[in-house]
Design a protein around this ligand. Structure first.
Ligand SMILES: *Cc1c(COP(=O)(O)O)cnc(C)c1O
Length: 407
């Protein structure tokens, strides 16, 4: 297990007080900033003054003080040198790719990545920029090693793949990428607090804050963590992907997410605790259950080796009910009869969200590719929430299982 504790790292940060001594930080909504004398302005443009050099700000699409605080919190969470936030997870991912890669560069990516990321790498960026992308099974390290060349700029993986919940062996993937001079970028959206990729050798971490980190399904947001040099490069006035493409986070959103970070650890513990209870009980009733916290999961041991102590195995679990028809009956009854959760995509909400990946979030894959990726038609993904009591929720789940004749 990793010795890093993201809760301690967050608590070690300097507390940000409000303008009048408020215990919460003030929200800086201004889009432009004044200087005390005319000489300061050119110095800010040349990067000699900035957030860390004299507390100088320029323009809202460049660093904003409130967004900057959330960026530093994200950096503390991941144990990174620096971090900054964006308007969405997708824009964080896109900005990192545009910053790292140039026309014709080679990229190796896991083939089980978020649908939007897959579309970006499979077609959009290759068509627009000539990016040359090889997709690999990231759990097959030999295959990854063979795909990497001296032309490879970036290796892209997700800590926990969706919906198969396979775990990336980040220390070994980092070693393979670095041996070829490539940058390892990890999407850690499924595992905040649980796994800290930068502690394990990754160079850049991206997040969709829309999921667990915000936790209320009421904001779209993203973050990028990495070296100070990389984060500053993203904001370069002439060459920075964030500055030039401009997926700017609203400071009000930054504030709202920032005040939810102090209980992210508690929430992740509870998401994981409940997912572990349901997964164990489902498995013991004979339901085909996929959850990395179960010893039957192929990456159970790997996750135990790389995870931070005390946050469990995550809030997502899957069950295979054998057919799409039965899966649909299952989620319909769970929502409309027992009110166990909601039929909706996305994850990390305080209520349980239920979806069938084969016909929703993974529907861009052909039937054959779905089979190859290990996504059977009867698979149901549960993003386990924490409202109600465990036993109340289990009664609802057990009732529906009985009604559809499973377990
Ligand atoms: C949702 C998600 C994204 C995209 O994030 P948005 O905030 O919706 O843009 C990227 N990666 C993963 C793993 C996700 O779950």
């Amino acid at each position: 297990m990793s010795e890093f504790d993201p809760i301690e790292s967050l608590a070690d940060m300097r507390h940000e007080f409000g303008e009048h001594g408020g215990v919460n930080m003030s929200v800086e909504v201004s889009t432009t900033f004044t200087v005390m004398d005319p000489e300061t302005m050119p110095a800010v443009f040349q990067g000699r003054y900035g957030p860390e050099q004299g507390g100088c700000y320029l323009y809202g699409r460049h660093f904003n003080p409130t967004v900057y605080v959330l960026g530093r919190q994200m950096a503390a969470l991941e144990g990174a040198e620096a971090g900054y936030c964006t308007a969405s997870g997708m824009s964080a991912i896109t900005a990192v790719m545009l910053q790292l890669c140039s026309v014709g560069d080679h990229v190796v990516s896991s083939h089980t990545v978020y649908g939007g990321t897959f579309a970006l790498l499979a077609e959009f960026l290759p068509e627009k920029t000539g990016l040359d992308v090889s997709f690999v099974d990231m759990t097959d390290l030999e295959q990854v090693e063979h795909a990497l060349t001296d032309r490879t700029r970036m290796l892209f993986v997700e800590t926990m793949s969706n919906p198969t919940l396979r775990i990336a062996d980040i220390p070994r993937l980092a070693a393979l990428a670095h041996a070829r001079g490539a940058t390892l970028v990890v999407d850690n959206t499924f595992c905040p607090m649980i796994v800290s990729p930068i502690q394990l050798g990754a160079d850049v971490v991206v997040h969709s804050l829309t999921k667990f980190i915000n936790g209320a399904s009421d904001a779209i947001a993203g973050a990028i963590c990495g070296t100070e040099e990389f984060i500053v490069s993203l904001m370069d006035l002439h060459k920075g992907a964030l500055m030039l493409v401009g997926p700017t986070m609203d400071p009000r959103v930054a504030y709202n997410i920032s005040v939810r970070l102090p209980h992210l650890g508690l929430r992740m513990v509870e998401h994981s605790r409940r997912a572990q209870v349901y997964a164990s009980r489902l498995a013991s009733q004979g339901v085909a259950t996929v959850y990395p916290g179960l010893p039957s999961h192929p990456d159970h041991g790997l996750l135990e080796r790389i995870q931070n102590r005390g946050y469990g195995a995550g809030g997502i679990l899957c069950v295979d009910l054998g057919s799409a028809e039965r899966a649909n009956r299952f989620i319909n009854l769970l929502q409309n009869k027992d009110r166990f959760g909601f039929m909706a995509v996305s994850l990390g909400y305080f209520e349980t969200l239920l979806s069938c990946p084969a016909s929703s979030t993974s529907s861009e894959l052909s039937e054959k590719d779905q089979e190859k990726a290990g996504i059977p038609p009867g698979l149901v993904r549960l993003s386990v929430g924490y409202t109600g009591s465990i036993e109340q929720r289990w009664r609802q789940l057990a009732d529906v299982l009985e009604e559809i004749g499973v377990g």
